[in-house]
Design a protein around this ligand. Structure first.
Ligand SMILES: [Mg+2]
Length: 359
């Protein structure tokens, strides 16, 4: 056996962090970031840290209580996130791990990988066998108001982004067309432009809208229809040349496997909080590699920067910063790329800010 430190406590705090840019989508808006900050205490004196995004503050207290309830299952166990994830999979087989349970377990997994990295004095990407190389990112917007938002788009280009995602579908197709035209005028033709419908359309509406957007060289269309409707995604793929992107709502690698089997997407974007943390991501990365599907991340800039360098079909990191306001420093960003920071996942809570936004 090893002399790995063991877990001594699992605690979590709910905060409602402000967003620099509120995120408006065709399926509702995020004015702030309801986050659950997870701390895994160890007998090595280090604390593993991670966060999950609750989307609404109503989810935070149930996740916090769930983590408190499973603390006793973790205390005394070595910091071995793969072993613990296998144990949880077994333990929660009867009820399933989708939903808040899956989010809490995924967050805990990330906190444990962070602890493991700190124990070894290394960034998590090194534990995974990779190097802390810069990862190509795209700047991720909500619905943009043109021409008012032209200045912030120009700022994205100045910061070195070569890909930009906007959300569409809030109104009729004329607004989609006007928005894409105005955005293309600002970013030019050499910057990749992705669009996200946040599950708001039908197959017919999507194909009709994409026909109207044919002039704008869209790099991907994301979640045009409800995420769980894999056949609808496949029908859209068959009806358009625009690559279909989905994955942020897959629960663990089993959901991803169904999507791949259904031919639901050209590109994949698992979310660390829903795919099973870093442990789950590794399974997703293997599946994507076998299926030759390019993989981007969803939210979680800090942890995503550690897993993408060891993802064989790595594509883009989504740059949507929801948690810098509660950390001592923002992600290590330069020229459109994020470099993973250590030790662990490289996140340190700004305790004064946490106190300010604590729920
Ligand atoms: Mg999306």
């Amino acid at each position: 056996m090893t002399d790995l430190p063991t877990i001594t406590s699992i605690t979590a705090r709910a905060v409602n962090a402000p967003l620099e840019r509120p995120v408006r989508t065709a399926s509702g808006a995020l004015e702030s970031a309801p986050l659950l900050l997870i701390d895994a205490g160890t007998d090595a004196g280090i604390t593993g840290r991670a966060y999950v995004m609750g989307y609404t503050v109503a989810t935070l207290e149930p996740m916090r209580a769930f983590l408190a309830n499973i603390e006793a299952m973790c205390v005394g166990q070595p910091i071995a996130p793969v072993d613990l994830a296998a144990g949880f999979e077994n333990r929660f087989r009867l009820m399933g791990r989708q939903g808040l349970v899956g989010m809490a377990l995924s967050g805990l997994d990330m906190a444990l990988w962070d602890a493991l990295g700190q124990v070894h004095g290394a960034p998590v990407v090194q534990l995974l066998g990779g190097t802390a190389m810069p990862v190509k990112a795209y700047d991720s917007y909500g619905i943009v108001d043109m021409p008012e938002d032209a200045g912030v788009l120009e700022r994205s280009l100045e910061r070195g982004f070569t890909a930009i995602k906007i959300k569409l579908g809030e109104d009729d197709v004329a607004l989609d067309v006007a928005t894409c035209r105005a955005v293309r005028e600002v970013i030019g033709n050499d910057v990749a432009l992705m669009v996200d419908y946040n599950q708001s359309q039908t197959v017919t509406e999507t194909l009709w809208r994409l026909d109207h957007l044919a002039d704008f060289d869209l790099y991907w269309v994301e979640e045009p229809v409800p995420a769980e409707d894999l056949n609808a995604h496949a029908e859209i793929r068959a009806g358009t040349h625009v690559p279909v992107q989905t994955g942020e709502n897959w629960w663990f690698v089993s959901d991803m496997e169904k999507a791949v089997a259904a031919g639901a997407c050209d590109f994949a974007m698992p979310d660390l909080m829903k795919i099973g943390g870093i442990t789950g991501w590794q399974k997703a990365a293997g599946l994507a590699a076998a299926a030759r599907i390019p993989v981007s991340s969803h939210l979680f800039i800090e942890a995503s920067a550690h897993v993408l360098p060891v993802t064989p079909t790595a594509h883009y990191l989504e740059y949507l910063d929801v948690a810098s306001t509660v950390q001592e420093s923002p992600p290590d960003f330069k020229d459109g790329h994020v470099t993973p920071r250590g030790p662990g996942l490289g996140m340190v809570w700004d305790e004064a800010a946490v106190k300010r936004y604590l729920l």
